[in-house]
Design a protein around this ligand. Structure first.
Ligand code: 13P
Length: 249
């Protein structure tokens, strides 16, 4: 059974609600696809207008973060229940920007992954190495450690339904895409890890994205790799080019 590709935009901290509606309208004719899942992961304040704007289309909406708590005195946080009720289907967890700038560690991210499943949201769990780690030859060890920690307590059935995004930190926002071989090698190692933690069937089902300076030009070759099931797209998700990435074939 072939895995369905999934192309998700990570808007990061871009677009006001008004701008978000305009972007959805601009992209609408470009992102139609029968065989690729398309997701816009948007800032919290854009969720409600974007859910409204994509109604009746093939586009699903994701959040960029989720609280590890259910409700209560956690100023500034957004709960799984709030996301679900607002019409969100996916949530990015463990993006390197949150790991680095906001010091989110694997134990914390593990709680967020479990919380997402509790509320019926599909995690897009990110992992990836720094340039120093790649140069030191510890990329695969590092990514394995991140994922093993982040997936503690996640069942095989849950894992099979989720998305992992491999994003080398040195390729994010730098215009420096990993080579196809580098991206495939790590995505393959991730699939092997999933087979090790769970079983071959779960590894066959889980979807693994590559992220880091993907654009309309680089997408076709990357997405043709056997273990790359789509992309998590930053900069290019805010432009017409996102349509090219979705319709990469
Ligand atoms: P860029 O596509 O801008 O490099 O960002 C990648 C990313 O961080 C997606 O989550």
């Amino acid at each position: 059974m072939a895995r369905r590709k999934i192309v998700a935009g990570n808007w990061k901290m871009n677009k006001t609600p008004t701008e978000a509606k305009a972007l959805v309208a601009m992209l609408a004719p470009l992102v139609k696809s029968d065989d690729v899942d398309v997701v816009y992961c948007v800032p919290a304040i854009d969720i409600v207008p974007v859910v409204e704007a994509v109604k009746g289309t093939n586009v699903k909406v994701g959040a960029e973060n989720i609280s590890d708590k259910d409700s209560g005195a956690f100023t500034g946080e957004i709960s799984g229940a709030m996301l679900k009720d607002a019409g969100v289907d996916y949530v990015i967890i463990g993006h390197s920007e949150r790991r680095d700038y906001y010091k989110e560690d694997d134990a914390f991210l593990n709680r967020k992954v479990l919380k997402a499943f509790e509320y019926g949201l599909t995690p897009i769990l990110c992992c990836g190495e720094s340039l120093a780690q790649r140069e030191a030859g510890v990329t695969i060890d590092w990514v394995r450690l991140q994922l093993k920690s982040d997936l503690i307590g996640v069942t095989a059935e849950q894992a099979a339904s989720m998305v992992i995004a491999y994003e080398p930190i040195w390729a994010i926002g730098t215009g420096k895409v990993a080579t196809t071989e580098q991206a495939q090698e790590v995505c393959h190692a991730i699939r092997e890890l999933i087979a090790e933690i769970y079983d071959a069937d779960t590894a066959e089902k889980i979807r693994i994205q590559y992220g880091g300076s993907v654009n309309g030009k680089s997408a076709p070759e990357l997405f043709a790799q056997p273990d790359i099931d789509g992309g998590l797209i930053g900069g290019a998700s805010l432009k017409e080019d996102f349509g090219k990435i979705v319709n990469y074939k």
